[in-house]
Write a protein that binds this ligand. Structure first.
Ligand code: NAD
Length: 460
């Protein structure tokens, strides 16, 4: 798609938005219902595409992709009228008498750029929010998950006119060409590095932007929880989608006296989940492409692998791998891993924990496994993160009543459910006044003495 085609596309969306914004909310709800119906009809196509792109098992495709989207649509269908209704707020006595409201309006044309790791839901969930809030969407899915992109086109073109929702396939160059246009909102999911490019492009047009980025999410284990169950949950969160989950536990920080027991339990749980020959497991995915595969191989250089490490580039297979005590300045610790390598760091004191968490600050997710309330509260209060789970991993993502997003390096803005609606709507404060009462002193010439008014005005 060349730049004049992109300009035409943007203009078509803009014109559609102008006409469509006068439509009642029920039009959006009807389209969301239709979207749900078509997704259900195309379930097998979605599973097949995710299998081809990431060798995702159908069970994972359903639970971590399709189901999330269906739940998001349900939340919008059920609540949209209420979320979109004008809200009365109490007036200020300074304006007495007045009626004060908050009225939401859609931004207009939204550009979405999405990643490859959950290529269906990370495109669809923000899209449901944008459509629910009344916007149009141009979606640029990741070029690295082409089969899922085709299914997205198939589904979305069956539900929405192309001026309302358009999927534009292509790589970073296409994304950059799209970013040259002035959109009314940009929603980006992907790496922190590219997030900075997106933020700069948005700043050129002063376009509001959401950045859903990555980061190093720790799992702190103090040894007070059942070790086998703790290991099972970490293994599940880490190796789902072959470790290519933005909120996967990136590394473990365990109280040193429990380190060996935890490693042993992690190995047992890996083998319970995927067998001793993981390459044969139907429940284990693959690395997205060779470039990422080679980055993961390089991450393992000079590291002490205590389990796993087997790879097969022909199949993009990368065994679940545990690394003991990597050095802090190695890429494995400094960069987001985004793959099935689990480094284990140990600590003795809170100061040791602080040293690591201060260096690897602002993770997208934060996991603490503990029965010690004081320990849990200290960590949750002292550190900043996108979202936390105590005694489990990933599950905060599944509650649409909780906002999902990062902070600092892990992102800007949060979405899901009503948070998506609010994020992709502009909230307009409106104060309605009448003429039956007017404080004459507000107008010049002002009263000679300020002191009486100061006392009254400060009190109301
Ligand atoms: P990526 O940043 O390489 O690509 C994401 C999207 O950006 C793709 O559509 C791609 O075409 C586009 N893109 C790439 N380079 C670009 C450029 N220079 N200019 C404009 N657009 C460009 O990310 P990825 O490899 O697809 O995804 C992995 C990263 O995303 C990880 O860091 C992961 O943590 C993060 N992630 C975050 C979330 C979240 O919800 N916070 C979810 C999934 C993934």
């Amino acid at each position: 798609m060349n730049s004049s085609m992109i300009t035409e596309l943007k203009e078509a969306h803009h014109q559609f938005f102008k006409a469509y914004k006068k439509q009642p909310i029920s039009v959006r709800i009807d389209h969301l219902k239709k979207l749900k119906k078509v997704i259900n009809e195309k379930e097998q196509d979605i599973f097949d595409a995710l299998d081809r792109d990431l060798k995702k098992p159908a069970f994972e495709s359903f639970t971590s992709e399709l189901l999330m989207v269906l739940k998001e649509i349900d939340a919008f269908v059920k609540n949209l009228k209420e979320w979109a209704a004008p809200k009365r707020v109490s007036g200020s006595l300074l304006n007495f008498p007045s009626q004060d409201f908050l009225i939401t309006e859609p931004y207009g044309t939204v550009l979405m750029i999405s990643p490859w790791n959950y290529p269906f839901q990370l495109a669809m969930i923000p899209l449901v929010g944008a459509i629910g809030a009344g916007n149009t969407v141009v979606l640029k899915p990741s070029e690295s998950a082409p089969h899922t992109s085709k299914v997205l086109i198939d589904i979305l073109s069956a539900v929405f006119p192309k001026e309302w929702v358009t999927v534009v396939e292509g790589d970073a160059k296409v994304a950059q060409a799209l970013l040259k246009e002035k959109w009314d909102y940009i929603f980006y999911t992907g790496s922190t590095q590219v997030g900075k490019i997106i933020a700069k492009a948005a700043a050129e047009h002063l376009t509001p932007v959401t950045l859903e980025l990555g980061g190093k999410s720790p799992s702190v284990v103090d040894g007070t929880t059942p070790i086998q169950k703790t290991a099972r949950r970490i293994v599940w969160g880490k190796f789902l989608n072959c470790g290519q989950t933005c909120i996967a536990p990136d590394y473990v920080l365990v109280q040193s006296q429990f380190k060996d027991a935890l490693i042993q339990a992690l190995v047992e749980e890996i083998e319970k989940a995927f067998g001793t020959n993981v390459q044969d497991s139907k429940d284990y995915g693959r690395i997205i492409h060779e470039k990422h595969f080679k980055k993961l191989e390089a991450d393992l250089k000079n590291q002490k692998v205590v389990y796993g490490g087997k790879t097969d580039i022909n199949e993009l297979f990368f065994e679940p791998t545990i690394v003991d005590q990597p050095v802090m300045d190695s890429p494995l610790i400094q960069d987001e891993i985004f793959g099935p390598i689990l480094p284990i760091l140990s600590y003795e004191t809170l100061d040791d924990i602080d040293e690591v968490l201060t260096q690897l600050k602002n993770p997208l997710a934060f996991y603490v496994f503990s029965r010690n309330k004081k320990f849990i509260n200290t960590l949750i209060q002292n550190y900043s993160f996108g979202g936390a789970v105590v005694n489990d991993a990933l599950v905060h993502f599944t509650n649409p009543k909780l906002p999902f997003g990062g902070i600092g390096n892990s992102g800007l803005g949060a979405y899901h459910g009503k948070y998506s609606f609010d994020l992709m709507s502009h909230s307009k404060p409106v104060v309605k006044r009448s003429f039956w009462f007017d404080l004459p002193q507000r107008y010049a010439p002002y009263p000679k003495s300020l002191s009486l008014f100061k006392t009254i005005l400060k009190r109301i």
